[in-house]
Each structure stands twice: as C-alpha cells, then as structure tokens.
Design a protein around this ligand. Sequence first.
Ligand SMILES: [Fe+2]
Length: 697
Amino acid sequence: MKTKDKRKPSGYIGFAVLIILFIASIVIVPRVSQSGDMLIIGNTRLPMSAFAGVMSTMANLCIILLVVFYGKTGFIAAMILLIGQTPIWARNLIVTQQMGSLPGIFSTILTLIAIIVIRSRGRKIDQFQEEKVEQLIRQREQSEHLFEQTALALVTAIDAKDEYSHGHSMRVAEYARRIAEEMGKSEEECQKIYYAGLLHDVGKIGISDAIITKKGKLTPEEYEEIKRHPVLSNQILSSIRDYPYISIGAHYHHERYDGKGYPDGLKGEDIPEIARIISVADAYDAMSSNRSYRKAIPQQIIREEIVKGAGTQFDPEIAMIMRHLIDLDGEYRMKERETVRELAGDNEMHCGEYRSEISTGIVLTHTPTRIHLSYRDEEPGDGQTAPAIILFDSLDSRVHEDEETIRTLNYTEYCEIWLNGETVSHEIRAVRTDVKENAPAAAKANGRTVYDLEAVKCRDHVLISIRDGSRTTEVTVALPDSSRYAYIALTGKHCYIGDVHIEKAEEAVPDSYIPRIAEEISYIDGPVGDLPNVQVDGVRSAASESVPVKDKLLITFHAMSLPTARLIWHCPYIVLFHSADGRVNGEGYREYALIRLDGENWENDNHIPTQIIVNREESFESWDAWKQKNKEGFDCAVLITRRGNKILVSTKNLGLSVTSITVIPEELLNEDTPVFAALTGDQCALTNIRIRESNVE
Ligand SMILES: [Fe+2]
C-alpha cells in the first residue's frame, strides 16, 4: 500500500533553502575564484579565491541532501540543477577557456554518480518498507478477523447457556454500534464499541447454569450471584491487553446514570462512555426479546421506558439517540428475529379447536413474505378442518382475544382467511377473492396438502396468494384508513400444519403491484395555501416545499393527525436545513435542526447545537387531550427569526409553547448555502400552508 507524502510545511522550506543555497554557490563560485581580494580575520589574511572550493563542496552537499531527504522529488530537482550547470561549464571551457573550472566539473560528475547510487539504494529501501507495511496490514486484518471469530464463538457459548438470551450479545453489539455511529464516532471507535458490546456478558460463563436458566423470579441470593457477572467479565477480558476498552465496557455496563447501579455505583459521566452506550443497548434488547417470564415488550412501550429512564438509568443523550433509532425503525426490525424463528423452528402446529394454536405474527411489507407448509386433517370433529390465516395489527405482533389486552396493545383484527379461500371480514374496507385453476387436483402426498403462500402489503392494501397445486386463490384486502401495520399469523381447526418454511423475497414490489379494490383516502383535499399540501404517512416520509430563512418568516398551516396516529410524536415537525436544490433530502443535504411540535428534541448533527425550551401553558390539559386535538385538526403558526447564524423557531399550539434556538457554525454559512425551512412530521396532514416574510427591524 502506498502512503501519501504528507510533508510538513517546514519540509518544503528546507527543500527551497537547499535549492537556493546551491544556485547561490554556483553563481558566486566563479566570481570568488577569480577575485584578487583578501579576507582579513584577526592577524590572518586569506585570499578570497580560497573559499571557492568550500562553496563548490557546499553546492554538491546541497544536491546530496536533496536526494537523501526528498526522495524522488529531490532526485529530479538535483538532476535539473546539475544538468542546468552544463551551459556554464561549456561557456567557461570553450568560450573563455578557463581551465580552472575542470576540478569543479569533475566534482559535479562525481556528485551525479553519487546521487544516482543513493537514489537506487533509496528505492530499494522504499520498496522494502512498502512490502513491510503491506505485510503488517495483512497480519493486522487477519488477527482482527481471528479475534472476531473467537469472540463470536465465545458469545455463542455464553448465549447458549440460556435459550432466552439467544443472539443477545450480537444484537447488543449491533445496537451499540448504531448508537456510536449516530454519536458521530469514527469507524474505528464504532468497531471497538461493537466488540465491547459483543463480549459485555462474558462473565456469565462463571455463573451457575441453574441461576441463568431459572424460569421465574430470582431469590435475593441468586440476584447477588448474577450481579457478579460484570466483575467476572472484567477479570476475563482484562487479559486482552491490546483492547482495554472491552473489559471497561463489560465492567461498568450495569452502572446507572443516577449512581444506583452496580458493581461500583459510579454516577453520571464517571461511568465510561462505552459502558453507558452498552447499558442502553443492553436494556433495549432485554425489553425487545422474549424472556422465560414474559413476552417481548412492544417497541413503543420500550420507547417510553427509555424516555423515562433518561437521566436516571441511562445517560440522557444516549437515551435520546436510542429513542431516535426506535423512531427510525418503522417496521420494528430492531428485535429478536423470533417471528420467523419461532414458527419455522417449531416447524409444526397441532391445532385442535379453532384458534387454540396461533403462531406469532409476521409483519407484511412491500417485500413479499413466502410461506411453505403442509397440512393434514386431524380429529375431524364437525367435519370442518382447515388451516387459516389471521390478518391483524397489534403493538406486540401477536393475536389477542381478551378485552383489556386488545385495548392496551391497540389490537385490530382485519380478517380471517381460510386456506380453502373462504374469508371472514372484521375491520376492513373491502375484500376480493380471485380463484385461478392451475391444474387438476394434485394427489396428496402422505395424506397432506402442500400450500405455498405469498403475502405482501402496499400502502393500505394487502394481497395474499394461496397456491395448493391445483389452484391459486388471491385474496385482496383493503385495510381501514386507520391501519398502520398488518401481520399474518397461522392457525387452524382440527388439523396438523407442518414443514413450515418462511422466507422473505429479495426485492420489494412497487405500490402498483396490488390492483386497488378501494380508493385511497386522501387527507389533504382541503384548501391549498402558498405551498402544496402534504400528507406525511410515516416518520418524515414526506416534506413540504421549502422556504429560505432570511430575517423573519411566519409559516401558518392547518395540521391534522392521520387516523393511524396514536402517539404523541405523531405530529408536525419543522426542519431547518441546507441542500443544493432546496429540497429536504436533496443534493448535499445537511440538517441543522428538527423541531417537533410535541417539544421532543432530536439533534441530527452533533456539531450544531439546538436548544429547545418547552412550556406547558394553563390551557394545556393533558397529553391525551393534546393528541385528541391533533386528531381533530388545528391551525398552527410558526415564527422563524434569523439573526446571522442564530435561528429562533417559536410556536404555540394547543397549550404547548415550543421555542428552539439553533446556532449554525459560521464556517457552514455563506451566500451559496442558504438555510431553508420546511414542514414534515409523522402521520399527519398539512394543508393551507401560508408564508409571510418580513425584515427584522
Ligand atoms: Fe449484563
């Protein structure tokens, strides 16, 4: 690998001094050698011509130093300088016939030979060094790879101690790395944090299996025993001297920001940052995974826990980053991959009474989900036996039947689809079934019928195609306008379902993949103001056109949460940014601030501080009332004031006053980088957007 020549300015000064000294010597030597003047030093009189030899030697020394210290560049410069002397020799010997120049010529020729020798030796040394560097890099990559493999083997062994911590360390490592990336850490730092996350629980290897795998509550003694694992981790990992941060991360990952953690009760920033990152990632994974005593917690409830724990359990800034990652994770991908594993791992279900066995839900997206299964009749009670699919939405991706859970987890059952093509509708707008005969009914293998299903969701439509060898049944469902997610779960009645294999297709399908059976509902049919209306279906999935922020800008608009909105942050946001084309996420996009109307803050750019002040006024009743008023729709005004690089955004809405102050570093601002403001949000319709600009007096 070749490295770039990163010479310091002092290096260039030395280069220039050598050249100047050489030229000066060459110009002065003929004059000094012919001079009859005497130089008097004390009582000694020296002829000036005696210095000609000294200066000639100095010129040659300059040439040699150029080659020694400046490699190829120095060599080229030296050759030019030496060859450049040729006309002077020629003139001295041929025109003026000064034979005194002959020693100088011989000395120059010798210097020329010397620098050629030095250069060829230097090249060999450079080549050797380059090979050495390449070899070292290769060795480093190999040892890093070996380290990663060993670490993975070790964590697999730890996680295998308990079926409920399957994949825990790898997920914690991955979440910790994502947090570090959001914090703006370098690639090398992110990698260190990844390794520390991977090995954070290594001390569990020294805790008895009986305690680790215990189903149910631990006794105080058992809890004390398990609390030893960070110290054990530290003891094990401290022998890895080249990577000290790994043992630090493991040692302190159960410390709490308020000082109530263990083992040392460290507080705030006394806890090493790497451990504060792992602590948040660890808690998130613990909540989003199944445990022996509970199922995985819905992501939006985890989000609330993270927000509540900011400043007590967690470092507030790192908690805020985790909250942001949750908001970006619209499909709840940051969790144990159990939806597929649980079903495919079991690979079979024995269904007695209808819905006595129901698999976990699989979320449907633009990327088709393919399910292969075989089915056979079992205990045909009333003659009706069949597998079925339940199409639903729920915060925890599971089917529920009891009233309270249905309410708490926002459970909505859209419809039931029997694999023989019958459907039972609940909360949907329309359903259509198309049957295509493929071939004569295939003989059942071992009394089983094989089904291949494909399910896909595009906006508010779901298409489920069921192929059983003889025919393909396509069921298209138009979901209600309040739907956000759609899951399918397998169930059945008096049947055995086996050989279940689930996979996701590689490519997503376009929105037009499912022919519409119901009109798309638009919430932006209202009056249009100065900018076109915008419907934001998901987290910042759309944004309004932008307006340059000069002095004073008043943006008014009508905001209404979409029927899918159910959480506080499903509201409008204001974004301050720059991009070459003035569009949100346009070319060269740089976001300066994002201000949510609910007052929650998210700084996208760590280098651009935004201070947000939120005040609840007397008219603020409660967050539930605030959400309700958002649903009903309200008129909103946002005042943006700019003074140089300082931008103030203030808005009052529904009893909440939000003011933000953003200071954009001067170096980011010039005439070519105007600041723009635009509206966006999460699950809201923004209409009648009007702009008023004025100058600040
Ligand atoms: Fe731990």
